[in-house]
Design a protein around this ligand. Structure first.
Ligand code: HEC
Length: 183
């Protein structure tokens, strides 16, 4: 009796895990196939987080000084700041770069405690020596880092060139910043 119940439960569990895998696969494929603009709309909470991330990108951490407003990258201040639209980093890797910066380059770190212990690439400031990246304009909390990563994946990563609409979305309409992009 107990044996039958256990067996049934086991079968149900394994069927279920097949189903879950199928669903996950579908989402995985669909995520790749759908053009960025057709992705399901963000929930209100996600939309708020994205908006918060935008302010960090724009003002608090001034990522845009080096990476440009549309995150397409720029040569100049701080070195050759890579395009975040074209990056192949995963959200986890991108989070690490924001928190720890990139050793030996101008990409700053934003975790207040980076390199005070071994949380960043297993190295302390002393061990980094001349490869120690600069500190960011401001330190960011985990929530702020999550928000800026969320923002980049919602608005920049994997997208083609920015459009006039993207520009208005970033700067608003009270500026002439986007006029050159008007067709
Ligand atoms: C002072 C200029 C500067 C600022 C400010 C800056 N970056 Fe960077 N960033 C760089 C440079 C330079 C690189 C290129 C590093 C390299 O050569 O690998 C870079 C690289 C990166 C990368 C790695 C991209 C890849 O594909 O490998 C990410 C992600 C990134 N920056 C995100 C950010 C975010 C998010 C912010 C704001 C929180 C920010 N950066 C602020 C200069 C800057």
């Amino acid at each position: 009796m107990i044996g039958t119940i256990l067996r049934e439960a086991g079968e149900r569990a394994s069927n279920c895990s097949v189903l879950i895998t199928a669903a996950a696969c579908f989402l995985w494929f669909a995520g790749d196939m759908w053009p960025a603009g057709a992705q399901t709309a963000l929930s209100a909470e996600e939309a708020r987080l994205v908006e918060f991330g935008k302010e960090i990108f724009k003002s608090k951490a001034v990522c845009q000084y080096c990476h440009k407003w549309d995150a397409s990258g720029d040569q100049g201040y701080g070195g050759n700041a890579l395009s975040l639209r074209a990056t192949h980093l995963t959200p986890e890797q991108l989070t690490e770069v924001v928190k720890c910066g990139r050793p030996g380059t101008g990409m700053p770190y934003h975790d207040r405690f980076a390199y005070t212990d071994k949380r960043c690439y297993g190295h302390t400031r002393e061990e980094m020596g001349k490869d120690m990246p600069p500190a960011g304009n401001d330190f960011l909390s985990q929530r702020e880092v999550d928000a800026v990563v969320k923002y980049l994946f919602a608005k920049a990563v994997g997208r083609g060139p920015a459009t006039y609409e993207d520009c208005i979305d970033f700067w608003g309409t009270n500026t002439r910043q986007c006029d050159p992009m008007k067709q």
